[in-house]
Design a protein around this ligand. Structure first.
Ligand SMILES: Cc1cc2nc3c(=O)[nH]c(=O)nc-3n(C[C@H](O)[C@H](O)[C@H](O)COP(=O)(O)O)c2cc1C
Ligand code: SF4
Length: 459
């Protein structure tokens, strides 16, 4: 690192800022990865070179990615790495500035860290991805307009899959140049329309807000007594409560834009035809299907047996489990193709009630890696013959046994609660790394999606 920094410094000169990001603790235990003791030694050596203007303190690593980007299920406090940067600052002294990152979502947390002299600077990663105007809005007294990050880690999940970076809560993210502040076309008085939006889920709320901000008069109807659509289910599930932030963002957005909301109001197509409006936006939401189509086996229409009465879609199953965790029976298999939170949250609810649960999942994605971690789980050989190599015991927090042996995508650091059996059956390494599938069947993930999508369109 010192060699690199010397080369960089030689090329950029002394009036150019050069710094380095340091993970202070990879949380792999005393015998693995970077430990705080090593970091203390290391930063002293680096500071003594005089090559660095700043040190940026983070934590975790590729084998503990759930701590590098703590998800919404993470229970550590806001600005949780401030004690590390404080220690770094004490060692570095006036030789360089110290920056800290990690779970800083608002400027009050940032100010508190600075006031405590735990860092000279703070970094906000995901919050600024969610709303690049966070600082400006705060400075202008427009905090009610800030779109808050809920740490769902969709952004990181996409990155992992070599897809473009997006934020699940803000379509403007990454497109600020053409959809950001000052880009919205306002309509003239003559162009103003009366717009009716039917459906108060995320899509309906967003459409209503944008239309109203453009100058239209917008009325939004929701048949339930609350806004939020499917997100209302999410926020009730273990480790997923901060989906409420997504709803809150949109509720503030429609209120700020002046949308009129009518809850407990359903309309029929016949009624819609009689309403004196210029445009109607139907945003009544998507439905979870139980048709059994598997993207891993696009050549067949459904997983055999998917039509049986005791097979449910995940949302129906989750709602049933919330009402009565034993209502699905004493032995449940969850077939998951996403590696995302929903299936694992369902597994947690069931396992906590003593139901025997097995999750069949690709499971090695960063999204599932940010799941709340249980005390233990068992892994088994995939039916394809690929052995996942999952550890048999990993812990959620800094500890000695948070060690992973997954050979392909980093660890699955988070597993459902005790008693849940996990069978990893495809690592998606192919999709992420553009390499050939290392797991013969099931088929290449990308091909599966392409052909399944094509078949859907054809029918
Ligand atoms: C999409 C994305 C890409 C990231 N890429 C890097 C990276 O290349 N190097 C790094 O040290 N951290 C990277 N991070 C981690 C962030 O810099 C930051 O440490 C982490 O998100 C925790 O901070 P936050 O709570 O403010 O998001 C990335 C984070 C995100 C969301
Ligand atoms: S995708 Fe989720 S975690 Fe990432 S920036 Fe947006 S709200 Fe935050």
């Amino acid at each position: 690192m010192i060699d690199c920094a010397e080369q960089v410094r030689r090329r950029v000169g002394n009036d150019f800022v050069v710094g380095v990001r340091l993970s202070w603790d990879e949380f792999l235990g005393p015998d693995g990865g970077i430990t705080p003791d090593q970091s203390e030694e290391q930063i002293e050596v680096l500071a003594a070179t005089g090559l660095f203007d700043y040190f940026s303190i983070s934590a975790g690593g590729y084998h503990t990615i759930h701590l590098a980007l703590p998800g919404m299920e993470d229970e550590s406090g806001e600005g949780w790495l401030a004690p590390f940067s404080k220690r770094a600052k004490a060692i570095v002294g006036s030789r360089a500035k110290v920056m800290v990152v990690g779970k800083i979502r608002d400027l009050y947390t940032a100010e508190a860290i600075l006031a405590d002299e735990a860092a000279d600077m703070v970094a906000m990663a995901r919050q600024l991805l969610t709303d690049a105007y966070t600082v400006q809005k705060t400075r202008d007294g427009r905090e009610h307009e800030i779109i808050r990050c809920n740490r769902c880690n969709e952004c990181a999940g996409r990155l992992w899959e070599h897809r473009e970076l997006v934020c699940a809560l803000n379509p403007v993210s990454g497109r600020e140049a053409y959809w950001g502040a000052g880009t919205l076309d306002k309509v003239s008085r003559e162009q103003r329309k009366n717009i009716l939006v039917v459906g108060g889920g995320p899509a309906g709320m967003k459409a209503a807000a944008v239309a109203a901000r453009r100058g239209h008069t917008v009325r939004l109807l929701e048949q339930r007594g609350e806004l939020g659509g499917h997100r209302r289910l999410y926020e009730r599930l273990p480790g997923m409560g901060d989906w409420s932030i997504a709803i809150d963002n949109l509720k503030r957005e429609i209120a700020n834009a002046g949308v009129t909301v009518e809850l407990d109001t359903s309309v029929s197509p016949e009624t819609l035809r009689t309403l004196p409006v210029d445009e109607i936006v139907i945003a009544t939401g998507a439905v979870y299907t139980r048709d059994g189509l598997s993207l891993y086996r696009p050549e067949r229409n459904a997983i055999p047996g998917a039509d049986q009465n005791h097979v449910y879609d995940v949302a129906t199953a989750a709602r049933a489990a919330l009402a009565d965790p034993t209502s699905l029976g004493s032995k449940v298999l969850i077939v998951d193709e996403t590696g995302a939170h929903l299936s694992f949250a369902l597994a947690e609810i069931l396992a906590a009630a003593g139901v025997e649960v097995e999750v069949l999942s690709p499971g090695c994605t960063p999204v599932s890696a940010s799941m709340k971690i249980s005390t233990s789980f068992t892994s088994s050989r995939a039916s394809s013959g690929w052995e996942c190599g999952l550890p048999t015991s990993i812990s959620s927090r800094p500890s000695a046994n948070a060690r992973s042996t997954c050979t392909t995508s980093g660890p699955v650091q988070s597993m459902p609660k005790r008693g849940v059996r996990l069978t990893a059956w495809c690592c998606r390494s192919c999709a992420r790394r553009s390499t050939r599938c290392i797991t013969p069947p099931p088929k290449c993930f990308r091909t599966s999606i392409a052909s399944a999508t094509a078949r859907r369109h054809a029918t």
